[in-house]
Structures are given as structure tokens and as C-alpha cells.
Design a protein around this ligand. Structure first.
Ligand code: SF4
Length: 170
């Protein structure tokens, strides 16, 4: 049977790549999905050169074209992250991915309802992380999910079915 590859946010694999040097190991990914699929690991913030540990970043401004700012230092990572995301997606096209599981709420990896801070200082939870946004733009038909939603049996089953269906027809 042909190997099916899916992308995964690196911290979900237990890799210590988060801003605080920690991880967000998700056992379902490593112990179940990892048994059936080849996992392709991506950490946008480490790969773009923010370092580990690092200052936290957040999204600010327009919901559909937000800036990525480190509030403490004021560093603006928007151009570097968008440029990295475009280049990384060109490389990922060669991996022939049939799905991607993203880390929720991350300004880089979050797929749904990522907070975007508005001019009044209040966040609107309606954004998408910069890498996840570029991935969804570049691969609109590739099934994508967040790890939190995979704890729901219906959403999980639906995602797995979509991955197998996509792998069959692509
Ligand atoms: Fe890296 Fe994404 Fe995990 Fe943040 S959420 S640590 S950018 S893989």
C-alpha cells in the first residue's frame, strides 16, 4: 500500500520547540496516526529562526492579513514569517501531503479562531496563524484539522476519511 503522508505541528509530536522550551505532546497523533501515516514535522517559529525559547508573538490588525508582532520587544516578524511560509509550502508540495494537523490558537499554526488583537487592544478570535493560512491557500483541497478537534470522535473520523479519500484521488 502506498505511504500516506500528513503534516503535523512539531510541538504536538512532543518536540520541545515551543516559546517556553516545552511541547504539547498529543498521544493520539504519535501513537495512532503515527502508526498509519508517515508524519512530516513542521515548526514555523523554530524554522524561521525565532529561537527556542523565544519571546511570544501574537497577531495584530487585519483579520485576513494580520501582522505578527512580539509585544514585549516590538519585533515585527510578519514579512519573515510570510516569506518562510511561502517557501516552506513550495517544499511541502514535494512531500505530497494528504492532510495536516495544526496546533490550535497558535499565531503561526492555528487554523481556526486564532486571536487577532485590534486597535482598541481587544483580541477578536477570528484569525488564522500565518503558516496555516499560507498552507490552506496553497493546498485548498488538502484536509486540515486542529489537534483539539481530533478529540471529538465525529470530527476525528471525518478527518481520517477525508485523508484517505484525498490520498485515493490525488
Ligand atoms: Fe512551533 Fe507551531 Fe508548535 Fe508553535 S504551534 S511551537 S510554531 S509547531
Amino acid at each position: 500500500m502506498e505511504t500516506i503522508r500528513i503534516g503535523v505541528s512539531s510541538c504536538l509530536m512532543g518536540n520541545k520547540v515551543r516559546y517556553d522550551g516545552g511541547h504539547k505532546h498529543n498521544r493520539y497523533l504519535t501513537d495512532v496516526l503515527g502508526e498509519h501515516f508517515e508524519l512530516v514535522i513542521v515548526c514555523p517559529e523554530a524554522e524561521v529562526g525565532m529561537g527556542i525559547p523565544r519571546e511570544t508573538v501574537r497577531l495584530e490588525g487585519e483579520l485576513d492579513a494580520p501582522s505578527m508582532i512580539a509585544p514585549k520587544s516590538g519585533a515585527d516578524w510578519t514579512k519573515r514569517m510570510n516569506s518562510y511560509a511561502r517557501q516552506r509550502c513550495i517544499e511541502l508540495a514535494k512531500e505530497d501531503l494528504s492532510g495536516f494537523v495544526f496546533k490550535k490558537r497558535s499565531p503561526s499554526c492555528g487554523l481556526f479562531r486564532v486571536p487577532v488583537v485590534q486597535k482598541n487592544g481587544h483580541p477578536l478570535a477570528q484569525g488564522r496563524g500565518l503558516f496555516a493560512a499560507e498552507f490552506a491557500r496553497r493546498f485548498p483541497l488538502v484536509p486540515c484539522e486542529e489537534e483539539g478537534r481530533l478529540s471529538d470522535p465525529h470530527l476525528r473520523e471525518n478527518f481520517i476519511e477525508r485523508v484517505f479519500a484525498f490520498a485515493r484521488v490525488k
